[in-house]
Design a protein around this ligand. Sequence first.
Ligand code: IDP
Ligand code: MG
Length: 138
Amino acid sequence: MSNITFTMLKPDAVGNGHTGAILDHIIKSGFGIVAMKYLQLTPERAGQFYEVHKARPFYNDLVKYMSSGPIVAVILTKDNAVEDFRKVIGATDPAKAEPGTIRNLFAKSIEANAVHGSDSDENAAIEAGFFFNRFERF
Ligand code: IDP
Ligand code: MG
């Protein structure tokens, strides 16, 4: 079991001024920050990140949305990071997210759902490597 996961604060969360509140929520939930950067994805880079969803009907909209404004990319650390962080963010659809989860508190819609969270240790490592080299991790 790896102790890292990867998250992005998505364009809706950043654009609505929730960056500080979400980072605070994450840190208070017991996660440490290994790496962090503020950037805007090009449509090409957003498409690569979500490559696994290429066949899904929402893919083109998702790529457009994820490249529509700046994001905050973060590698997090904690024991059982991937599973515990999925609990902290809540269900993909904010209408179904448990009270007190980040998506329940901050998300606008199933697409603009405030944050990303890796779904496996393998994907956490791939996603962390998509944004950060070894000199950018502490
Ligand atoms: P997750 O982010 O909870 O892991 P995934 O199924 O991996 O959810 O989907 C990736 C992202 O695609 C979601 O976070 C959301 O932004 C978007 N998405 C997922 N399902 C839908 C949908 O049914 N309509 C529109 N966008 C969706
Ligand atoms: Mg996912």
